[in-house]
Design a binder for this molecule. Structure first.
Ligand code: PLP
Length: 431
């Protein structure tokens, strides 16, 4: 399998080259040149998500340096539960796919765990990989957690001082080697600029094998197909009808993975995207015109995106596969958390609530045509400040999130300057 750039002015590359590079040299994003086609019964023998992912991803990594290690990477990356639950027994046509049972409590664990294991498999002492990640939320924690214990690839996480929650900071600063957490005395944009400056410094970049783990990496998108595949196969086997998907998304990572799985022949019906108040995607779907804008802050803050970076992939691929985009503002998110809890006791995080609200707004006849699967992308505990007052109840963190608070904190303060970052990248300085 070869990968092409969305802009069409870069050489074709193998999967491992696309992973290492992150962005194509012409500034575009990598897409597989062809898509494999699967029959639903192709997965009949796969006993668990790891095995299913190994089979689904095999053609995407054929002829790459990762071909042999792929099954092991999938088995160890996807070793946590993936429940498909019925939140309200009175409404069995709505299933919720809980993507938050990984170690950091958000769906970013799927992409980050796969990507880091892949990096560790392609790196070696002569050719190291340093993942630089500027983060203001879930990605950094998932990357740090995924990197712990890696042998050849390491993670350096930059986050803005005083701009993230106390829990988020703990979740970025609690990981052991080879993870370094750098608290930057500036805002998130400054962190991102610093990372870009480091990538642009050819000597520095080559010396440390700088690479990225942000959501434009094809190495995060591809593994995210696996959970959509597993859930849709299960519903198709049960009902004989392709389920519809309701996907909370901002940067289109989760949404694009669903569309890609559908395009590979998995039994997936209509795909509906749910967003927060950021209107870029809903306006595009309504008008056919794409206009990036400034992002606005919402309760579902992991989806606060005004210029979805994966849009470039969507437009070159089959934007017509998006059946609908439903925009859900904060008031509707709050109401949906309250009404879901009142009806069934189910507790949704704000991101999950956008999907539940999008489902609730569908016409009853459309809902009745098939089972709909809504993704739950974060454990509600991660958003306890928003959720607890709405449901009038304290939330108990799952063991993996509680453990974060027991771990020692390791961080280094730096200014948003390249020389300070470069010094931290030298061996012996990390940690
Ligand atoms: C990142 C994230 C999303 C959105 O992911 P996209 O890549 O924008 O689709 C949704 N919910 C949570 C909790 C997230 O962390």
């Amino acid at each position: 399998m070869r990968y092409r750039s969305t802009r069409g002015h870069a050489p074709l590359v193998s999967a491992d080259q696309a992973l290492r590079a992150g962005v194509a040299p012409d500034g575009g994003l990598y897409l597989p040149q062809t898509l494999p086609q699967f029959e639903p019964n192709a997965f009949a023998e796969d006993q668990d998500l790891g095995a299913l992912a190994g089979r689904l991803l095999r053609p995407f990594f054929a002829d790459s340096a990762l071909a042999d290690s792929l099954p092991g990477i999938c088995a160890s990356a996807f070793d946590f539960p993936l429940p498909l639950v019925t939140p309200d027994p009175a409404e069995p046509g709505l299933q919720v796919l809980e993507l938050f049972h990984g170690p950091t409590g958000a769906f970013k664990d799927f992409g980050a765990r796969f990507l880091f294991r892949a990096f560790d498999a392609i790196a070696n002492p002569d050719n190291p990989i340093t993942v630089l990640a500027a983060t203001s939320g879930d990605t950094g924690g998932a990357v740090g957690c995924a990197a712990e214990g890696a042998r050849h690839a390491r993670a350096v996480i930059l986050f803005p001082k005083g701009r993230i929650s106390a829990f988020q900071e703990r979740q970025l600063c609690c990981w052991r080697d080879p993870v370094t957490a750098l608290r930057v005395n500036d805002d998130f944009d400054a962190c991102q600029r610093l990372v870009k400056t480091a990538f642009a410094d050819k000597a520095l970049s080559a010396r440390h094998g700088l690479s990225s783990a942000n959501s434009i990496s094809i190495g995060r998108l591809l593994p995210q197909m696996a959970y959509w595949a597993q859930a849709s196969l299960e519903i198709f086997a049960r009902t004989g009808t392709r389920p519809g998907l309701v996907v909370p998304t901002g940067n289109l990572g989760n949404g694009f993975a669903a569309l890609l799985a559908r395009a590979c022949g998995l039994p997936i019906g209509p795909v509906v995207l749910a967003t927060n108040a950021n209107a870029t995607l809903s306006d595009w779907h309504a008008s056919g015109q794409y206009t990036a804008r400034q992002s606005i802050a919402t309760l579902a803050n992991a989806m606060d995106v005004g210029a979805p970076s994966n849009f470039e992939r969507l437009s070159g691929f089959g934007a017509d596969l998006v059946e609908d985009v439903v925009r859900v503002d904060d008031a509707a998110i709050r109401q949906r958390i309250v009404s879901t809890h009142a009806a069934s006791g189910y507790i949704a995080c704000p991101h999950t609530a956008t999907a539940l609200e999008a489902y609730a707004r569908m016409a009853p006849a459309r809902r009745a045509e098939r089972v709909w699967i809504a993704a739950a992308t974060a454990h509600p505990c991660k958003f306890a400040d928003a959720v607890e007052p709405l449901i009038g109840q304290r939330l108990t963190p799952p063991p993996s999130l509680a453990e974060v608070l027991q771990r020692p904190v390791r961080l280094t303060d730096i200014a948003a300057r390249l020389d300070e970052l470069a010094a931290q990248l030298e061996p012996g300085r990390a940690g």
